[in-house]
Design a protein around this ligand. Structure first.
Ligand SMILES: Cc1cc2nc3c(=O)[nH]c(=O)nc-3n(C[C@H](O)[C@H](O)[C@H](O)COP(=O)(O)OP(=O)(O)OC[C@H]3O[C@@H](n4cnc5c(N)ncnc54)[C@H](O)[C@@H]3O)c2cc1C
Length: 644
């Protein structure tokens, strides 16, 4: 094995680097639960990197990248390693670039308000620093304790308050990055012409290393309005959630729990205490008894799933529960809650008071960190977050639930809602399929069950018209399935990667399937022109005049809400208008949960159809965005980056 740390130190004097065994083990993975199964099976560090480097400035990052490019050494950017999709799985010939020494707040413009922050800043101290200046970013992923700003941008993260503040892509006004060529580029959000910021957001370390981001801020909320309602079924609950967002309400937090998840959520913080008491002095023995029981239950998940998802069980468990929190000024938060109460109760919701929402807030980060004992007990847990437009949400919910349910025990909650769709967050727990244990042994059988569950669930998500991911990213775990959703879009993303990183040294193997898999089996899904009233989406042919489209929608009591654009667009077709960058369209900055363009079908110059890019899950897919991808050639990117 080459001494990469030694070479780095010699080539770049003063740069902190290590190839110590402890460091190599520490940086060998992220928190993808599949890695945990390997660890439990006695393989704690299958993906040790050759070295780790800790640059402390953008210039140092650029020097590392140039060194790596000359030597053809792959680099893996590393934030805090909290990713859950295998975005970090290095090899011995790889150098991991830990960004955490880039942790300064460079500037805070209280007028705009905007903050320029370096990529390695950890979530909690960042939000604390903003809070002491009277601001919030409004980005609170459950992993805020163990994730960085750069990781959020790279993985297209969503926080718990996305209903009001949007996802991280709705917060980025500029990025400073180092491309794979070692050049420092500054990309700024643009409202006309090509906007390169969205290409780097969600690129998971494959196009550029983010060194700093300029992010929009909001005044720290002065007040909150809390509310919760129970609904007979999960479907009743999500119809209310849809009604809230389509009525223009923007609760920062809106989470709907299915009956089983709701029952756990209602128990909230008391669970931990009860469990501790129950263990008492004989903690170890009680745990192992619990483990045996857990494994026994999880060996036959199908029957348990069917039982718990029946109407009778839903009633017995107390139904689904919707929890909302509005925040802002005193009157705004309370007004929002009053209006939500009117909507929910007119749709059959039963007011559960403020307590469930307050309890959720008090324990908002605790649930996610309870995985370790389950693995220690010989089982596994994981989560899968997918999204669909409202009219497809039922298919997505049933399809994924059934697919997972054959292999593992499943529950779900719905968070991150938009006027046109919603994210479903499945949590599941499993154990080794008894049929495989004799043949493979416990750990390998667990891994095989885990892989089967994921394969089935991802296939079901795509089949039912959903996305593969909403905010965790793609990583190596979902990359092999990307073609099924993106079609030829995979090839387009590959071209973009090449433009940013010509030598392909940035996180190779992440995000995309191998090139041989670029031609997807089937043809990409294209949307059929028409109106999806439930999702408030209209699919309009590009040759339609904008004004004619508006008239047709008006006949149905709807509008594109283009305001001043329409009078001057009489002879302008939708396609022409989009190709010009949709001038005059409402700025997403104003309402991150909403946007005019949810997706498009496009044809590449060579005639290949791209399918419907971004039409589902409000264009929140992790690898692409609603932009006229057809126009994005390597030359254009070069031009936009200021290269000859
Ligand atoms: C308990 C738990 C709860 C979670 N909850 C949420 C949640 O609520 N919302 C959510 O969105 N996610 C959540 N996640 C997933 C994860 O925290 C996010 O994906 C987060 O954005 C990753 O940040 P990180 O700094 O840890 O990045 P890492 O895990 O270090 O990296 C993630 C990916 O981005 C790349 N990368 C990292 N930094 C950079 C950079 N500066 N430039 C370029 N590429 C980079 C890496 O190569 C990797 O591919 C959760 C994870 C855990 C373990």
């Amino acid at each position: 094995m080459p001494d990469l740390a030694g070479e780095l130190s010699r080539a770049l004097p003063g740069m902190r680097a290590s190839s110590g065994e402890a460091d190599r083990v520490t940086y060998s993975r992220d928190l993808w639960p599949r890695h945990h199964l390997d660890v439990r099976a006695g393989q704690p560090a299958m993906h040790r990197p050759g070295a780790i480097v800790w640059p402390a400035s953008t210039d140092e990052v650029a020097r590392v990248v140039r060194w790596a490019r000359e030597r053809s050494v792959p680099l893996v950017p590393f934030g805090a390693g909290s990713g859950v999709c295998g975005g970090i799985a290095p090899r011995e010939d790889v150098v991991v670039v830990d960004l955490k020494r880039l942790d300064r707040i460079r500037a805070l413009d209280a007028e705009a308000p905007l903050v320029a922050v370096e990529a390695g800043h950890m979530g909690v101290p960042f939000e604390q620093a903003l809070g002491s200046a009277g601001f919030t970013l409004g980005h609170f992923p459950s992993s805020i304790l163990c994730s960085t700003v750069g990781g959020w941008v790279a993985a297209r993260s969503a926080g718990q308050c996305s209903g009001a503040y949007g996802k991280i892509e709705d917060m980025v006004s500029a990025l400073e990055c180092v491309t794979g060529a070692g050049e420092v580029v500054r990309l700024r959000r643009r409202r006309s012409g090509p906007d390169l910021v969205p290409l780097v957001v969600g690129s998971e370390g494959t196009m550029a290393i983010v060194t700093s981001a300029e992010l929009r801020l909001h005044p720290a909320p002065a007040c909150r309005g809390f509310g919760a309602w129970s609904f007979p079924t999960t479907v009743d609950g999500w119809q209310a959630m849809r009604a809230l967002f389509q009525a223009g309400l923007r609760p920062a937090v809106a989470r709907l729990y299915d009956p089983f998840d709701a029952m756990l959520a209602k128990q909230g913080g008391v669970r931990k205490e009860t469990a501790k008491r129950a263990r008492g002095a004989t903690g170890a023995r009680a745990r192992s008894f619990g483990g045996t029981a857990l494994r026994a239950v999880l060996r036959r998940p199908g029957a348990l799933n069917e039982l718990l998802h029946s109407r009778v069980a839903a009633r017995a468990l107390g139904g689904a529960m919707l929890v909302v929190i509005f925040e802002g000024t005193d009157e705004g938060a309370q007004r929002g809650l009053d209006e939500a109460r009117r909507v929910c109760e007119s749709m059959g919701g039963v007011w559960e008071g403020e307590a469930p929402a307050r309890r959720w807030l008090a324990h908002r980060y605790s649930v996610s960190y309870r995985q370790a004992p389950v693995f220690a007990d010989g089982a596994f847990v994981d989560t899968m977050e997918v999204a669909a437009r409202w009219s497809k949400l039922g298919d997505l919910y049933e399809g994924v639930r059934r697919a997972l349910g054959e292999h593992v025990f499943v529950m779900a909650h719905f968070s991150h809602a938009y006027p046109d769709g919603c994210c479903i967050y499945f949590s599941f727990a499993g154990s080794a399929d008894p049929g495989l244990v004799r043949e493979l042994g416990w750990d390998a059988a667990c891994a095989a069950t885990y892989d089967r569950a994921w394969r089935a669930a991802l296939a079901a998500a795509v089949e039912s018209g959903g996305t593969l991911s909403h905010h965790h990213g793609v990583g190596r775990s979902k990359a092999p399935r990307l073609g099924a959703e993106l079609g030829h879009g995979v090839g387009v993303v590959r071209s973009l990667m090449k433009a940013f990183d010509p030598a392909g040294i940035l996180n190779p193997g992440n995000l995309l399937p191998p090139p041989s898999a670029d031609a997807p089996g089937g043809s990409p899904v294209t949307s059929s022109p028409g109106l999806d009233r439930e999702s408030l989406l209209a699919c309009i042919d590009a040759s339609t005049e904008l004004a004619a489209a508006e008239r047709a929608l008006n006949d149905d009591g709807l509008t594109l809400d283009l305001g001043a654009v329409l009078p001057s667009s009489r002879a302008c077709t939708l396609g022409e208008w989009l190709a010009r960058g949709a001038p005059g369209a409402r700025d997403r900055w104003l309402d991150p949960a909403d946007q005019l363009l949810a997706g498009l079908d496009a044809t590449l110059a060579d005639g290949r159809a791209l399918g419907t890019i971004g039409v589902i899950g409000p264009a929140r897919m992790n690898y692409s965005r609603v932009i006229p991808l057809v126009d994005f050639t390597a030359e254009m990117i070069g031009e936009a980056l200021g290269k000859p």
